[in-house]
Design a protein around this ligand. Structure first.
Ligand code: ZN
Length: 201
């Protein structure tokens, strides 16, 4: 494998990027001056060095030299500890935070479950979610499943509800202000606010 093939192969692992787009990235890099590649290499090294994963919600956050293992949201004691919202990815959490319509805490699953997934435990952080719920079960009054409004999202919500069916805490899902197929990431703040207001059991 030559170095163009090798880098293309790496880029093709990125979400939504196929082999042809991956190759276009490589040729684009080759067409730019040396500084561009240097900046890219440094930026990748920096995220690896400066970003860590929150020990409670599992989102990625900037350490800023602090020894805390909690992100700014989990470290914020003024938030409502009776509400926990489970979201697929960091980017979904960011969309909901931006909408300003939720004041509880989050848990980032790290993905969602395709229908007929054989190893759901490996695909999402279900055991970490269990630890998170157990830690606060006395305070929790509601767990909101903030899933995308598509088959994978529904499948993931069903799996979580089944897994915790013996738990005495209600699970709710976002209202269908989110149109079918909608991904949280692309929903506007008003839609997210309505989806949260109209959540259901
Ligand atoms: Zn956190």
């Amino acid at each position: 494998m030559n170095s163009i093939d090798k880098l293309s192969e790496i880029f093709s692992h990125f979400p939504g990027i196929g082999p042809r787009q991956a190759r276009r990235f490589v040729y684009y890099l080759l067409s730019r001056n040396h500084n561009f590649s240097e900046d890219l290499i440094r930026a990748i090294e920096n995220i690896k060095r400066e970003i860590t994963q929150c020990s409670s919600c599992h989102r990625f956050f900037t350490k800023n030299g602090s020894p805390s293992t909690l992100c700014s949201i989990c470290a914020d004691a003024s938030r409502d500890s009776s509400l926990l919202m489970v979201v697929p990815r960091d980017i979904d959490l960011e969309a909901i935070e931006r909408s300003g319509s939720f004041n509880g805490y989050y848990f980032v699953l790290g993905g969602s479950l395709p229908i007929l997934e054989k190893e759901p435990e490996k695909r999402i952080r279900i055991s970490n979610l269990e630890i998170r719920i157990n830690k606060d079960w006395e305070k929790l009054k509601e767990i909101i499943l903030g899933m995308n409004a598509n088959a994978e999202g529904e499948n993931t919500a069903d799996f979580i509800k089944e897994k915790f069916k013996n738990l005495d805490i209600p699970f709710t899902t976002l209202g269908r202000g989110l149109s079918t197929g909608a991904e949280l990431e692309y929903a506007d703040p008003e839609t997210l606010k309505n989806a949260l207001l109209h959540r259901s059991k």
